[in-house]
Design a protein around this ligand. Structure first.
Ligand SMILES: *Cc1c(COP(=O)(O)O)cnc(C)c1O
Length: 385
């Protein structure tokens, strides 16, 4: 079987983790702050808060931004459910903004139209969470202009996009947003097994995310309500969670981060090769803006309607040929849980069109060119009507 994504674990990664196992701290030791500093340096951002998943990072980011009951949060429907769920955890309501036809990222034009309508009805969102789908950066300057004009906060769900760049900035620098979130799940660009991180330029947001990460408890005298009662003293200031990353995870992350640029170069070689080998097939290949540098987490192709077998048939033929293609994503509003909250798929025509046509091909650093040739040959056969 050829998977659609796979982690790449080296002897150095294993050594880094076993060194932690032999050390004094399995959690709350020196590796987590070192990992935070390394990610912050990589992204050119002052603050990074490591947590046990990107889902947790999204949750603490929403909490730190003050999202709560009565607030509206908008996000992209073509994403993993976590991008929307975090707002519901906070008691806010969620709505979706249709994606752009090309990048499949939340469309700034659709957002502007929806904002103008919401403004007339006094229903503006407090937060918009955008997703760099497949690693291709969103049009952040346009989104940041809308955030200023309509007064909402911006989170970048960059679970697919560590290492991506655009408009002269690294994704994660928060040059155009309040908080950026990365995932280190094994299928993502680098891994800590489970894990995530939130970056920000705002020291107060970073402090609040740290507070929510660890029970809402602080040991910082500056943040306490009462004078210290002694060296043991701490205060719970908020209702927080245990979302901490372990030392084992941070050590793995530190080691993986040193290879991120190598991984990205390999993803680009393989994607360029797919572009060449698939050019004559009745497919729309993933868009990459020349002005941006995608992290290429995914290589999703679109089957041109009426020109190939239908997507389900192609999917099943590929799986039967031992190739684990995938569909990213079922639009979130189509999930039964969200359907019960009441969304009309007709409000999101681009997301619907994309979902009907998309198929993610295998792409990961250890994919060999001969494996890639097998994928391409199988796809050529599978597409035949
Ligand atoms: C994977 C993913 C998440 C969740 O990441 P976890 O680290 O597994 O919690 C959130 N958003 C997007 C877009 C993702 O792909």
């Amino acid at each position: 079987m050829i998977p659609y994504g796979r982690q790449d674990i080296s002897q150095a990664d294993i050594d880094a983790v076993t060194a932690v196992l032999r050390s004094d701290f399995l959690t709350q030791g020196p590796a987590v702050p070192r990992f935070e500093e390394a990610v912050a340096r990589y992204c050119d951002v002052p603050h990074a808060v490591a947590v046990n998943s990107a889902t947790s990072a999204l949750h603490v980011a929403c909490l730190a931004l003050g999202i709560g009951p009565g607030d509206r949060v908008w996000t992209s429907p073509i994403s993993f459910v976590a991008s929307a769920n975090c707002a519901l955890y906070c008691g806010a309501s969620v709505d979706f903004v249709d994606v752009a036809a090309g990048s499949v990222n939340l469309c700034p034009r659709a957002l502007e139209a929806k904002l103008l309508a919401a403004e007339r009805g006094g229903q503006l969102p407090k937060l918009v969470t955008v997703v760099h789908f497949g690693g291709e950066p969103c049009e952040m300057p346009a989104l940041a202009d809308l955030a200023r004009r309509f007064g909402f906060r911006l989170i970048e769900d960059a679970s697919h996009a560590i290492g991506a760049r655009h408009d002269g900035h690294a994704v994660g620098s928060c040059a155009f947003s309040d908080v950026t979130v990365f995932s280190f799940h094994p299928v993502k660009l680098i891994t800590t097994a489970e894990g995530g991180i939130a970056t920000t330029r705002d020291a107060e947001l970073a402090a609040r995310m740290s507070l929510f990460r660890s029970h809402g408890v602080t040991r910082d005298p500056q943040r306490m309500d009462h004078p210290s009662e002694g060296p043991w003293y701490y205060e719970q200031q908020e209702l927080g969670y245990n979302y901490r990353m372990t030392e084992l995870q941070a050590a793995l992350g530190l080691s993986q981060l040193t290879r991120l640029d190598t991984f990205l170069r390999r993803r680009h070689q393989l994607a360029d090769r797919y572009d060449r080998l698939l050019a004559d097939l009745p497919l729309q290949l993933p868009l990459r803006r020349p002005s941006a540098f995608s992290a290429l987490h995914l290589y999703p192709v679109r089957l041109l309607p009426g020109r190939t077998a239908d997507r389900r048939q192609v999917f099943e033929r590929m799986r039967a040929a031992g190739i684990v293609v995938n569909v990213h994503y079922i639009p979130i509003y189509r999930q039964p849980y969200y359907q019960r909250l009441g969304y009309d798929p007709a409000d999101f025509p681009e997301a619907e069109r994309y979902y009907a046509q998309c198929l993610t091909l295998p792409l990961f650093p250890a994919l060999t060119e001969s494996q890639q040739d097998v994928v391409v040959a199988a796809l050529r056969t599978a597409l035949a009507p």
